[in-house]
Design a protein around this ligand. Structure first.
Ligand code: UDP
Length: 319
């Protein structure tokens, strides 16, 4: 296939490009580089099947030739208020990526009769009142809340994909991606995985916001990309949750990272200096992915972290 990936220089986008190339596809990667990093795709530049184009997907796309699929992964994704790369500090960019960016991708797909795959998010469920979250759940999102620029942009993007599917019969896929971690996460975007690993490697206590009873379910990036790839090849147009069903409290998670890195400094509890509306619990119901895609994560949390720690170590050494 001839595939366009938006957000190609980002954490997930770069892994996705790598996987598509490994499967023999031709890939054009787009990124405006506001949160992406060219270093993430430097190793792909010598691949004749890969082309990178610095382009903002919210601006109508240039003629890219006979495209067969568009995977829309471009968006700021960290909820961190203190990082310049978090979406609270890029609110308009985030809204535009989910709205105009999605519409531009859909128009391209329509013009080329190409397939569209949206990187949606567990944030469409907001701070969920139903646990675990299945795709039937409509969510609990504050439309004017501090996370709304991300949550509502992704909800709009899902609505847009379904509208093009229903009105034009466009072939669309929606991946609702839950917390994912692995090499190439930004060290400076304030998310819990890079924050904790970095603090542990530097011998500091891990900063737990609140009492550590929040839960998340962390999926290793290779597993997630496998799910995205299977979804792309499937013919299923309804949303599919992709994430790990292995739920852990943030406190347990911190202890695991301290154990794996040999950090003796423990944890410190800090008041929640985050956005409001921080989801208390999050765990995907992945029955649909199991049934429709034959997919489930394979990498256990300790193993995935063992593969991620050397990446953070290397980045810190270079910094
Ligand atoms: N968190 C924490 N310490 C940190 C960073 C995050 O306790 O240094 C918590 C945060 O409050 C949330 C969870 O870890 O409950 C996951 O946060 P992250 O920013 O990684 O992503 P989210 O799942 O909220 O989008």
């Amino acid at each position: 296939m001839y595939v366009v990936v938006t957000g190609a220089a980002g954490f997930l986008g770069s892994h996705l490009c790598e996987r598509l190339l490994a499967e023999g596809h031709r890939v054009i990667g787009l990124d405006n580089l506001i949160t992406g990093d060219l270093e993430n795709i430097a190793h792909l530049n010598s691949n004749p099947n890969f082309t990178f184009l610095r382009h903002d997907v919210t601006v109508p796309l240039p003629d890219l030739g006979p495209v067969e699929a568009v995977l829309h992964f471009a968006s700021p994704a960290s909820p961190n208020l203190n990082s310049p790369f978090g979406y609270p500090n890029l609110p308009i960019e985030t809204l535009r990526a989910g709205s105009l960016g999605t519409l531009n991708c859909l128009e391209l797909c329509l013009a080329r009769t190409a397939r569209f795959l949206l990187a949606s998010t567990s944030e469409v469920y907001g701070d969920p009142l139903v646990h675990p979250q299945s795709e039937e759940y409509w969510g609990h999102v504050n439309p004017i809340g501090p996370r709304s620029m991300y949550d509502e942009a992704k909800r709009f993007a899902e609505a847009a994909a379904m509208a093009y599917h229903r009105k034009y019969g466009l072939s669309t896929r929606i991946a609702r991606i839950f917390n994912t971690y692995g090499p190439r996460m930004r060290l400076d975007d304030g998310r819990v995985v890079p924050n904790f690993i970095r603090q542990a490697l530097e011998g500091h206590p891990l900063t737990i916001y609140g009492d550590g009873s929040h839960t998340r379910s962390f999926c290793y990036v290779d597993d997630l990309i496998e799910g995205v790839y299977r979804l792309l090849l499937s013919d299923f147009c309804e949303p599919v949750n992709l994430g790990s069903p292995q739920e852990t409290t943030i406190l347990e998670f911190a202890h695991l990272i301290n154990q794996l890195t040999g950090n003796q400094a423990g944890v410190i509890f800090q008041p929640e200096n985050r956005l409001g509306d921080d989801p208390q619990r999050r765990q995907p119901d992945i029955r649909r992915a199991r049934e429709r895609l034959g997919w489930e994560p394979r990498t256990d949390l300790a193993e995935g972290l063992r593969r991620t720690i050397p990446y953070v170590k290397q980045k810190l050494a270079l910094a």
